[in-house]
Ligand binder design. Structure first.
Ligand code: ATP
Length: 418
């Protein structure tokens, strides 16, 4: 099944909103064997929308739109496409009642604004795609020649929900047992892309029928394997074999798959070992703590942290010695070690992680240029430290530093286990 995608919204054209809907739809559809043949973005105008949908229908007869379903006057998708199909609009009483209920349930004052009632207007003969995450219902409109348009909301969370709940099941029935495109990603960190490539080059046999992509990012290098043009079970089997073999090759540099975060893998390790964790951060200013607490269930393991930005806080709250600060500077091995041990002792945990560095753009020196970051992990009193020379702007250096801190403590815990 080949389809066309039209994403709607002036803000997409202006570049204020990044078209994440298109990327998400492409991946999800490929996974069930539906191919997006062409992608178009148009503004909010009714005529532009109608023209784009008309052209797309002429080519493929199968179109998905996102955006412009809301209650405001710039939301022209529904009337524009209904007019194209020659359908009048009717008021759907059930939807109107549900909208009123929803308004009340959210505790908003007064009655449902008249503006919202527009959302209960449905083209004659259309089917409703349920929205379990928002108010605007999606629409499936099909003509007597079997040409169809599925209209999804623009808000990414609502679009994703409706896609999974209502549209994918419907399309799966149409495509049946199709050839699919599926991917899996192995996440690695602490190893350069070229070093990874060297390791993988020696792999006997490679990955028959699969493609392998190296995707470097702030967290490390992701390895993505993709299967194309096979049935879903065949794809799953080939991908799972490939991931197993990749893991063997990459060893401890691999910490997870797909969307996994290194923080979650550190927390898992702590949980398994019955250890608790605390952090001391200077240049990352809480980023490490934020990464850790973003993981559900982190409270079982993570105790807290100190943002020791100023030297006096490093001294007073973490017990870093004033003479070491004066002699070696705040970004130095002796200081980062004392920070890790200081926070572990003061928070009475088993593990302490510390980060101190020069995030820039100012503050660098010939000996300690911007991007110089010291990391330390104290695991039950055994302290290890590492110097990282990170690249990028302030934001990138801070994010790489947080990832480096997590990687160091993970390595140290694994090393302790032999
Ligand atoms: P609502 O019912 O909230 O009005 P809608 O269906 O009318 O939703 P839009 O008004 O077009 O959708 O967009 C709502 C918001 O969703 C936009 O502010 C934008 O942030 C986001 N959005 C819209 N289209 C996309 C897209 N293609 N990719 C990512 N985000 C998008």
């Amino acid at each position: 099944l080949k389809i066309e995608l039209i994403t709607i919204g002036d803000e997409l054209l202006l570049g204020f909103t990044i078209d994440t809907n298109a990327a998400h739809l492409a991946r999800e559809l490929a996974a069930i064997g539906v191919e997006i043949e062409r992608r178009t973005t148009v503004g909010d105008g009714a005529e532009e929308i109608a023209a784009a949908v008309r052209d797309a229908l002429d080519r493929t007869g199968a179109v998905i739109t996102t955006g412009g379903l809301g209650p405001t006057s710039d939301d022209m998708t529904k009337p524009a496409i209904a007019a194209l199909f020659g359908r009048a609009m009717r008021l759907d009483v059930a939807i109107l009642d549900a909208l009123k209920e929803r308004w009340k349930a959210r505790g908003w004052p007064g009655e449902l604004p008249v503006t919202n009632e527009q959302q209960a207007l449905i083209p004659q003969g259309a089917e409703i795609l349920v929205n379990n995450h928002g108010s605007a219902p999606g629409i499936w409109l099909e003509d007597d020649r079997g040409r169809w348009v599925a209209m999804l909301p623009g808000v990414p969370r609502e679009m994703r929900g409706m896609l999974g709940d209502a549209l994918l099941p419907r399309l799966r029935l149409r495509v049946g047992d199709a050839r699919v495109v599926r991917s899996r990603t192995l996440r690695t960190t602490g190893i350069a892309e070229s070093a990874l490539a060297d390791r993988l080059a020696e792999m006997a046999g490679g990955f028959p029928g699969l493609s392998l992509a190296y995707l470097p990012g702030l967290d490390g290098v992701d390895l993505r394997v993709t299967a194309r043009g096979v049935s879903a079970p065949e794809a799953e089997r080939a991908l799972s074999d490939a991931i197993t073999r990749l893991r063997e090759r990459v060893g401890q540099h691999a910490y997870g798959e797909d969307e996994d975060d290194l923080a979650a893998s550190v927390l898992d390790l702590c949980r398994r070992r019955g250890e608790r964790l605390a952090v001391a951060e200077s240049c990352t200013g809480g980023l490490l703590g934020a990464r850790i607490t973003a993981v559900p269930g982190s409270s079982a393991v993570f105790v807290g942290g100190i943002i020791a930005y100023a030297d006096e806080v490093k001294q007073r709250e973490l017990g870093v010695r004033a003479d070491d600060l004066a002699r070696y500077g705040a970004v130095s091995e002796p200081v980062v070690r004392q920070m890790a041990t200081g926070v572990r002792e003061r928070f009475a945990t088993d593990v302490g992680v510390a980060i101190t560095g020069v995030a820039g753009p100012g503050g660098g020196s010939p000996e300690k240029p911007v991007g110089t970051v010291w990391l330390a992990a104290d695991v039950r009193g055994r302290v290890s430290a590492a110097l990282a020379r990170l690249i990028g702007d302030r934001d990138e250096i801070r994010r790489r530093a947080a990832q480096g801190g997590l990687n160091l403590v993970r390595k140290e815990m694994l090393r302790g286990e032999g």
